[in-house]
Design a protein around this ligand. Structure first.
Ligand SMILES: Cc1ncc(C[n+]2csc(CCOP(=O)(O)OP(=O)(O)O)c2C)c(N)n1
Ligand SMILES: CC(=O)[C@@H](O)[C@H](O)COP(=O)(O)O
Ligand SMILES: [Mg+2]
Length: 641
């Protein structure tokens, strides 16, 4: 029999449920091998999936998915679930154009009842499902699987507060691997560690086995006895119980002989209200390179399965994140009031470097973007200069804090918005598409976007010096353009852009990192005898009114360019031009190039840029069409879907 024969017989969870319980460890081993092999060719999130292999097998074995709803928090650990739910044949297309999503997706499978990728939504969604089920008088189960890192977010507590007081039956599996992307932070993490290190943890190993012997079946009496037994032996004094949950655990999440009977009994518990099963796992489990690495192979590029060595391409230029971190460290050397805050993304934002240099001035608040923003607001009230360093997509979660706690109070919180624009393989949930739109409408904000890494340094210096009110600086994922870096950033004049190339017929006004494409398009147009100006707006707010007037009155075509959604920079420009009456004559051919009004899926960044119609060819074609060259190369850019 071939090594993967058992996994080959399992296309769907119903096949898995036909196996003998004793066969499950072997299936788990094969599943783990398949996961490692698949991710070695696609890259992606590996450590979290390795840690839930046994849990995934046990959940699909015990619960009647998809009738029972299994909701994974974040969804970055769901590759084993995808392999077992009819998607094994496409697993090597993960995160690639037209391939499987790297997260759960309702559009992809009936086994994904709720789409995710941002954390800590699973208990709320699960409770919604459970209440809907009860109102409809139906009887399926709902299981939400949430990590210890995701437990640090406010939403998880809001949901537990609601669930604990509700009579709806909801099963929450807390997958506690004592890791977030970085080591977990905060008091809750300490609470979980204390539960695990308490006596009850050591007894549960035997308790799990006892349970399986004593209560093997689905009989009501067994379930009731389990209820009593568990109450007496494996619960006690947890925060979850205080919140109205029936707490079960901790359970060894890699021991199927514990997991299966415990889950089975929880499934059959004749008790209303929510249950929390505390499962202890190891991130990266079963793959030595992952287990031994500091980040447990949370996210990897393609790698060699034997050595675990990742195929990281040699960088051509420093990353924006790296330059940001160095620039901020430089500013902080000169200004002791500068502090920096991350919401569980120290390495992704470069604040790990800042934290090494200034441990007392760097704060990882956990997955808690809302708190991060208001925490910064409080720091600013006392004269500190906080940099709230948050990915564009995750800052969405803290919008009211940005408006209510920062903007209305005119507090000088500096938002350093990394991953602004298209992010590649993480896809639709992680695109940094909206920050320009959602910030530019707020009075008093200063908004900047870096066209290259030297500009990024100037903008960090500008933010550091800006004490009057809130500011935001956006920059993309990945490498910079390889420009020379200054010794230190220079403070820029607020609201002033710069002209990089003078022309007479066409003007391209770029905001942010697509300036390179604008310059390339200008070359193409110039080669056709069409003289083209290229300007870098630097600021979306306040706008450079003089520059706008000049570009609008001295050119036949004005193209605005940004890697952001409709309602962003172009909207600000059009508003200003219209207000000044510069559109009244009807002479100017104004063409806004921004992200199309649809969600952009996973793929390579270059593919996504092409889908969005923001390549140099697209820019040139837009100018040509505006001038009546209807046979211009490039695609007609759809305004909407
Ligand atoms: C709102 C939000 N902030 C940040 C992230 C980035 N992020 C993805 S996974 C993760 C760690 C989650 O830790 P945990 O829930 O314990 O899962 P584990 O990776 O340990 O399995 C973080 C911070 C996110 N997805 N969503
Ligand atoms: C699941 C998640 O939200 C993070 O792991 C994210 O994928 C990190 O993205 P970067 O690779 O851009 O840091
Ligand atoms: Mg974790």
């Amino acid at each position: 029999m071939s090594k993967t024969a058992l996994l080959d017989t399992v296309r769907l969870p119903q096949d898995l449920r036909a196996l003998e319980e004793g066969e499950l460890p072997r299936l788990a081993d094969e599943l783990r091998s398949e996961l490692i092999d698949a991710v070695s060719v696609t890259g992606g999130h590996l450590g979290a999936g390795l840690g839930v292999v046994e849990l995934t097998v046990a959940l699909h074995y015990v619960f009647d998915t998809p009738r029972d709803k299994l909701i994974w928090d974040v969804g970055h650990q769901c590759y084993p679930h995808k392999i077992l739910t009819g998607r094994r044949d496409r697993i090597r297309s993960l995160r690639q154009a037209d391939g499987l999503s790297g997260f759960t997706s309702r559009a992809e499978s009936e086994y994904d009842p709720f789409g995710a990728a941002h954390s800590s939504t699973s208990i709320s969604a699960g409770l919604g499902y459970a209440v809907a089920r009860d109102m409809a008088g139906e009887d399926w189960r709902v299981v939400s699987v949430i990590g210890d890192g995701a437990m640090s977010a406010g939403m998880a507590y809001e949901a537990m507060n609601n669930a604990g007081a509700s009579g709806s039956k909801l099963i929450v599996v807390l997958n506690d691997n004592d890791m977030s992307i970085a080591p977990p932070v905060g008091a809750m993490s300490g609470h979980l560690s204390r539960i695990i290190s308490s006596k009850s943890f050591h007894s549960v190993r035997s308790v799990g086995k006892q349970l399986s012997r004593r209560f093997p079946g689905r009989l009501k009496s067994a379930a009731e006895r389990f209820d009593e037994y568990a109450r007496g032996l494996i619960t006690g004094g947890t925060l979850f119980e205080e919140l109205g949950f029936f707490y079960v655990g901790p359970v060894d999440g890699h021991d199927l002989s514990q997991l299966v009977p415990v889950l089975r009994n929880v499934r059959d518990l004749e008790r209303q209200g929510p249950v929390l099963v505390h499962v202890v796992t190891q991130k990266g489990k079963g793959y030595t390179p992952a287990e031994e690495s500091a980040d447990k192979y949370h996210g990897v590029v393609k790698f060699d399965v034997v050595t675990g060595k990742q195929a990281k391409p040699k960088p051509q230029a420093p990353s924006y994140t790296g330059v940001f971190a160095q620039a901020l460290i430089g500013e902080a050397e000169r200004d002791e009031k500068i502090v920096a805050v991350t919401a569980a993304m120290p390495s992704g934002t470069g604040l790990d470097k800042f934290g090494s240099r200034f441990p007392e001035r760097c704060f990882d608040v956990g997955i808690a973007e809302q708190h991060a923003v208001t925490f910064c607001a409080g720091l600013a009230c006392e004269g500190y200069r906080p940099f709230a360093t948050i990915y564009s997509t995750f800052l969405q979660r803290a919008y009211d804090q940005v408006v209510h706690d920062v903007a209305i109070q005119k507090l000088p919180v500096r938002f350093a918005i990394d991953r602004a624009g298209l992010v590649g393989a993480d896809g639709v949930t992680h695109q940094g598409s909206y920050d320009i739109s959602y910030l530019a409408c707020l009075p008093g904000f200063v908004l900047m976007a870096a066209a290259d890494e030297a500009e990024l340094m100037h903008m960090v210096a500008t933010q550091a010096a800006l004490d009057e009110g809130p500011s935001a600086l956006r920059f993309p994922r990945g490498e910079g353009r390889g420009v020379d870096l200054p010794e230190r950033g220079q403070v820029l004049e607020i609201g002033k852009g710069r002209v990089l190339r003078e022309g007479t017929k066409i003007a391209i006004l770029s905001y942010g990192a697509r300036l390179g494409e604008a310059l390339e398009a200008a070359e193409t147009l110039a080669s056709k005898g069409l003289s083209t100006t290229v300007a870098d707006a630097r600021f979306a707010k306040p706008l450079d009114h003089d520059l706008l007037r000049r570009l609008a009155s001295e050119h036949e075509v004005l193209i605005t360019l940004e890697e952001g959604a409709v309602g962003g920079f172009a909207t600000q420009v059009m508003q200003q031009l219209a207000t000044e009456g510069l559109l009244d004559s009807g002479q100017l051919k104004l063409r806004p190039l921004c992200l199309p009004d649809r969600f952009i899926d996973h793929g390579k960044p270059a593919e996504q840029l092409a889908w969005a119609g923001l390549t140099a060819d697209d820019i040139a074609a837009t100018a040509l069409r505006a001038l009546g060259y209807n046979d211009a190369p490039g695609r007609e850019r759809p305004a909407t879907a």
